[in-house]
Design a protein around this ligand. Structure first.
Ligand code: ATP
Ligand SMILES: CCCCCCCCCCCCC/C=C/[C@@H](O)[C@H](CO)NC(C)=O
Ligand code: CA
Length: 531
């Protein structure tokens, strides 16, 4: 419990009345017996003086009082499944001075919450998901931002890359954060704009795959209004615009790993969720032609791709992530305050102290795998989403500086279906003889088709394993390449070089909270309680 100035503990119930209200509205009712509960200051959204009208004054025993003074506290109420709502409680009393003292004290405490944003730049994709982005923002998010006294500059995008290009032009440094209203693709645009801008302003060449990139400290908030909303779901635990808006308001901060993708010393894209070749690449390629179907396009293309059952040949080289203690087969998942991610943060700070910005990754051990794959999935986070609540790699970490590389080798349709179904249930997705998973800090892929002409993997292979090339002579097989799905965008090249940049950016989120803790603490009755 916070103290009032002067050291007094706030004891509101003895002198003030208590009324509960639905989200956004103060609806004073006769006082109830106080339940002892607790709302941390960090989860108060706003405090406002409340005007009583005549009708409200005429309730029960309060009728006798000449004049009432009141204030309303708006706060985060945690509901089931990581959902947050704005609730409020109104306190009232006859002593105007006491009432004002409370308002003043609470406002001062809110002012001290330095991580809260005051000014945000908002990009809305009106065409993402079910085309509800504008309505969602106007009806559900803007009123909350205004309640929390956050000022906003809003841009409704007019074409793809509008947000990204705009971020290279505006004075981003005057904002405390950038909000994107849309799906994973919209987030990707904003992320590319922000990271790209930071590198440009710091003179870093993004085309150099070995460059140490400058961290981006301007947080991004995601208001989910897309088709998959995997990044929002994996970092908050639910795809819900009001929950996300409240995480932005309270100023949460979640660092995030970002993978850079290059081809022949040319920068292609960044990825924070899924880099998928084979199954997920083919789904995306097919679904892009069916955007008019909205989120349903993924089901349609998913079914089609499953039936086609294509496999692809190629070689993967990877560097294991030795710096982190976790493994993709861990039973524990990354949660708010994750120790493994904190350890990586410490290591990163030490590295930056030792080497400054010129730190280059050491040439560590490379491992090679070649084969026929139905899917190659590299995920920097779990990739949990409403379709797959545990995600493609349930134990992947948001900010540990690694990605989980999942190789699904050629197998029967039936086995592949069994594997896919495990995306949706509690069983271990990696417990199949045709599935391998590695925690990596970088990897390269070359398809069999391009191996002979352009492969970096082969260069490394030639250097280290003389027999590697002889085992894999040029061939005339009639094979085609798949496409890489990079956070929902296709890549032009199949041969890629990927490196994970630990905690390169930050989100307005706090990771997924442990269910037992918050649900046990907050689910008993409605707990609009004492501060
Ligand atoms: N005004 C616009 N017109 C056309 N395309 C746009 C516009 N604004 C943004 N885009 C592009 O639309 C693409 C898809 O948007 P978004 O990610 O919001 O929705 P989605 O693809 O339905 O959802 P998800 O990415 O979660 O599957 C983004 O890559 C973005 O570049
Ligand atoms: C026949 C049963 C099939 C069940 C398969 C369910 C699998 C759902 C898995 C969804 C994967 C989500 C990974 C996230 C990818 C996003 O980056 C991307 C852009 O939004 N979305 C997709 C679908 O590529
Ligand atoms: Ca990671």
């Amino acid at each position: 419990m916070e103290r009032l100035p002067g050291g007094r503990r706030p004891r509101l119930v003895s002198s003030l009345g208590l009324g509960r209200g639905a989200a956004g509205l103060a609806r004073p009712r006769p006082p109830r017996r106080a339940e002892n509960c607790f709302v941390p200051i960090s989860e108060i959204i706003a405090v406002e003086e409340t005007e009583f009208n005549k009708k409200q004054r005429n309730i029960g025993r309060w009728q006798k009082m000449a004049k009432l003074h009141a204030f309303t506290v708006y706060y985060v109420k945690k509901a089931r499944n990581h959902r947050w709502r704005c609730s409020n409680v109104t306190f009232w009393c006859v002593d105007e001075h006491l009432c004002n003292q409370w308002i003043q004290a609470l406002k001062e405490l809110l002012e001290m919450q330095k991580s809260r944003p005051k000014q945000l730049l908002v990009y809305i994709n009106p065409y993402g998901g079910k085309r509800q982005g504008k309505r969602i923002y106007e009806q559900k998010v803007a009123p909350l931002f205004s309640l929390a006294s956050i000022s906003t500059d809003v841009v409704i995008t007019e074409h793809a890359n509008h947000a990204k290009d705009n971020l290279f032009e505006v004075n981003i440094y005057k904002y405390d954060g950038v909000v994107c209203v849309g799906g994973d693709g919209m987030f990707s645009e904003v992320m590319h704009g922000l990271i790209g801008r930071m590198q440009k302003d710091s003179g870093i060449d993004q085309n150099n795959p070995k460059a140490s990139l400058v961290q981006c400290n301007i947080r991004i908030g995601i208001i989910p209004a897309g088709s998959t909303d995997c990044i929002c779901y994996s970092t908050v635990g639910i795809s819900d615009p009001v929950t996300s808006a409240l995480h932005i308001i309270v100023g949460d901060c979640q660092p995030l790993d970002v993978s850079s993708v290059h081809h022949n010393n040319t920068f292609l894209k960044y990825s924070v969720s899924l880099l998928g070749y084979g199954f997920y690449g083919d789904i995306l390629k097919d679904s892009e032609k069916k955007r008019w179907m909205g989120p349903m396009r993924y089901d349609y293309s998913g079914f089609k791709t499953f039936l086609s059952h294509h496999y692809y040949e190629g070689t993967i080289a990877y560097q294991p992530a030795k710096h982190t203690h976790g493994s993709p087969r861990d039973k524990e998942s990354c949660r708010t305050g994750c120790c493994i991610c904190k350890e990586s943060e410490k290591q990163l700070a030490e590295q930056q102290k030792e080497c400054g910005l010129n730190h280059e990754e050491g040439e560590e051990e490379w491992k090679f795998i070649k084969g026929k794959f139905l899917a190659i999935n590299a995920v920097s986070m779990s990739c949990a989403c409403p379709r797959s609540p545990k995600g493609l790699s349930p134990a992947a970490h948001l900010a540990d500086g690694s990605a989980d590389l999942i190789l699904v080798r050629k197998c029967s349709r039936f086995d592949f279906l069994r594997y896919l179904l495990r995306h949706t249930n509690q069983d271990d997705q990696f417990d199949f003889p045709f599935v391998d998973v590695y925690r990596v800090k970088s990897f390269q892929f070359t398809s069999k088709l391009s191996e002979d002409n352009e492969s970096n993997v082969m260069d490394i292979g030639k250097k280290r394993f003389g027999q590697f090339c002889r085992d894999h002579p040029a061939c005339c097989c009639n094979i085609v390449n798949s496409t890489w799905n990079c956070d929902g965008e296709t890549l032009d090249s199949s041969a890629i070089e990927v490196r994970v940049h630990c905690q390169l950016m930050k989100l307005f989120a706090r990771g997924i909270e442990e269910k037992c803790k918050d649900e046990a603490a907050y689910s008993q009755s409605s707990i609009e309680q004492l501060l």
